[in-house]
Structure formats: structure tokens, C-alpha cells
Design a protein around this ligand. Structure first.
Ligand code: MN
Length: 196
């Protein structure tokens, strides 16, 4: 194995009741782990060191890109989510969100709209673009780095992320995540470290 599945940052039952242990187990142990296995099969470099995941997702295409980006995106999603998340961000991030979106509530509304209106499978992101913070969505395994933006936070809107708990009600999943699980610490620390 050349790419490894990073450990979940919390126990599989820690996101309940907003995301159930069954969803987390399926999502992490089957989907996320499955993408890791696919990358290793596709690389097929037996014993040789694989390129770092960060360079793989920038350079690869086709099935290797899809699986490598899904590994990266899921690891970032688990970090974007936290059992003690939700609430409001610290002052530094709140000011940045206000500059770009008009306020924290406005950010939540615009992020929820983008996540709910995204057609089909994909990801909703808070990203840093050249003109400030942006909310973007990417289809399938898409990543903001491909369009020169820096990811700060992501929400998985593939059906496997919520169907067991919310069936087809994506807005209920999105709103529960924004209210209870969003990990403001991630974009806050990434923004501070980039000087943004
Ligand atoms: Mn997923």
C-alpha cells in the first residue's frame, strides 16, 4: 500500500445524532477506504514510493485523479466536521466572512443554498480566491485547487454522506451540519497560517 487511509479525527459515533454511526462507518470504512484502495491499485507501483497525494491530485487525470481527489476530499471533510462544531466562528474568521459575504448568517445562507442547489454528486467549499473568500461547488471528485483556489472547508453532498440519516432531504443534512458540526477551527487556522 502506498497511500494510507488517515485515521478519523474522532470516534465514529461522535457526530450523532446529526450524522449517525452507521453513516460514518459506511462513509469512512467503505467509501473513503475504497478510494484509498483504488488509488493503490491504479498506481500499481509495488514497493516504490508513490507521489505525495497533494501532487497526485494536481497532476493526475481520469480514474487516478477521481480516486486520489476523493481520498483528499474525504480527509478534508472529516477535518471540516467536528462533534463540538457549529455555533459562530472566532472574530478573525467572522470578519473575513463579513467582508466576503456580508456576515456569518449570510455566509451560512449562501453556503446552504449552494450545497442544496448543486446538482448531483459533489462538494461545497469555502475557498480562498484571488479576491477574497468564495463559496464554490465542484462536481464528483472536483477540487478547488484545479481552478487556483485554496480550500478552507468542505461539505460532502454525495448522497452516501446523508442518505441513511436524511433520505433525500439534503437541506436537512446541510442545515444540521452548519448548525452543529461545522468546524470553524479549520478555516480559521488555514487563514491565519496563509496570512489571509
Ligand atoms: Mn463521501
Amino acid at each position: 500500500m502506498t497511500i494510507e487511509l488517515p485515521p478519523l479525527p474522532y470516534p465514529a459515533n461522535a457526530l450523532a445524532p446529526h450524522i449517525s454511526i452507521d453513516t460514518v462507518n459506511l462513509h469512512y470504512n467503505k467509501h473513503h477506504a475504497g478510494y484509498v484502495a483504488n488509488v493503490n491499485r491504479l498506481l500499481n507501483v509495488g514497493g516504490e514510493k508513490s507521489p505525495p497525494l497533494e501532487s497526485l491530485i494536481l497532476k493526475a487525470d481520469g480514474a487516478l485523479f477521481n480516486n486520489a481527489a476523493q481520498v483528499w476530499n474525504h480527509t478534508f471533510y472529516w477535518k471540516s466536521t467536528h462533534p463540538e462544531g457549529g455555533g459562530d466562528p472566532d472574530g478573525y474568521l467572522a470578519e473575513a466572512l463579513s467582508r466576503s459575504f456580508g456576515g456569518v448568517d449570510e455566509f451560512r445562507e449562501q453556503f446552504a443554498s449552494a450545497a442544496c442547489e448543486h446538482f448531483g454528486s459533489g462538494w461545497t467549499w469555502l475557498a480562498q480566491g484571488s479576491g477574497g473568500l468564495e463559496i464554490i461547488t465542484t462536481p464528483n471528485a472536483g477540487i478547488p485547487q484545479k481552478t487556483g483556489k485554496t480550500p478552507l472547508l468542505t461539505l460532502d453532498v454525495w448522497e452516501h454522506a446523508y442518505y441513511l440519516d436524511y433520505r433525500n432531504a439534503r437541506p436537512a443534512y446541510v442545515n444540521a451540519w452548519l448548525e452543529h458540526l461545522i468546524n470553524w477551527e479549520l478555516p480559521s487556522s488555514l487563514l491565519r497560517s496563509s496570512g489571509g
